[in-house]
Design a protein around this ligand. Structure first.
Ligand SMILES: [Fe+2]
Length: 294
């Protein structure tokens, strides 16, 4: 029989005026009482990204934790199971650096400085991403998160109204097409596919838990807004991207190995700060299944 701790009192420290909180006072190693799962989910929906320092979870514990918050998805559409484990997405930034060395073409990525929301190029992007920081650089390698609900609410009423009915096209082709072709296929929601077809999502989505409206475009995967000329679409998106990374909507987190972070993928975008040179950085990520954005 598994024992479940009771009366967990979360010690929540908000990190900025709008976004991010650090939570102590709970061990995520053991199964959580349902009330604590609900409290953590509530904190996530309020702060958009929450960090639990010094948890040091094993991969098994990480999966057991994630399963308490929903159904676990494929690790990534390009790799359903890292290390043979369905749902695991392990990113070893040293290996990735090696793989990309010599392929860096600065002209290829005019807009893509790394800001993205996970897997928006699929019809059902994950709801929640849960990250286990395994190896972190001594200095650098922070992640910056942007609160896309606060960004939406920070726009003027007429501009919000203008955006409300718009539809954007998202594509993973530029980032992952080559990988899909090299693997021969990808997998998402239990289905195999052989090419990354563009998908459509609303520019402003409604959060299924809070009912709040959030901007849902990102520089990595959003190719254009439907029905507009290229110039119009680029102009609107550029304006939104500049607005979304306004300091008021951001939190920057300096991970230590052993920290665990949850982000609400429906209400955020994020970027890894690539300022750690040749230092090692390894993370494991597990994602919880999301709905079709509406
Ligand atoms: Fe990401």
């Amino acid at each position: 029989m598994t024992t479940v701790a009771s009366n967990v009192e979360l010690a929540i420290t908000p990190l900025t005026g709008t976004t991010g909180a650090e939570i102590r006072g709970v061990s995520l190693r053991e199964p959580l009482p349902p009330a604590t799962v609900a409290d953590i989910a509530q904190a996530l929906f309020e702060y958009k990204v929450i960090f639990f320092p010094e948890q040091h979870l094993s991969t098994d514990e990480h999966f057991a934790l994630a399963a308490q918050f929903g159904e676990i998805t494929e690790g990534h559409p390009t790799s359903a199971a890292d290390k043979g484990r369905f749902g695991l997405n392990e990113i070893n930034y040293s290996e990735r650096r090696k793989a990309y060395a010599g392929r860096q073409d600065p002209a290829r990525k005019p807009r893509r400085d790394g800001w993205h929301t996970d897997v928006t190029f699929m019809e059902t992007p994950p709801a929640i991403s849960i990250l286990n920081a395994l190896i972190m650089p001594e200095r650098g390698g922070d992640t910056v998160f942007a609160n896309t609900q606060a960004a939406y609410e920070g726009l003027s009423a007429p501009f919000r109204e203008f955006l409300d009915g718009l539809v954007a096209v998202h594509s993973g082709e530029e980032s992952f097409g080559e990988q899909i072709r090299a693997n021969g296929y990808g997998e998402w929601d239990g289905e195999r596919f052989t090419e990354l077809r563009p998908v459509e999502h609303p520019v402003v989505r409604t959060h299924p838990e809070t009912g709040k409206r959030c901007l849902f475009v990102n520089p990595e995967f959003t190719s254009h807004i439907k029905g507009f000329s290229r110039r119009e679409s680029d102009g609107i998106l550029e304006l939104l991207y500049q607005h979304m990374v306004d300091q008021r909507y951001l939190v920057r987190y300096d991970w230590q190995a052993g920290d665990l972070g949850f982000w609400d993928n429906r209400a955020t975008m994020h970027l890894v700060v690539i300022d750690y040179g040749a230092q090692h950085r390894v993370i494991q990520r597990v994602t919880v299944k999301g709905e079709r954005p509406y």
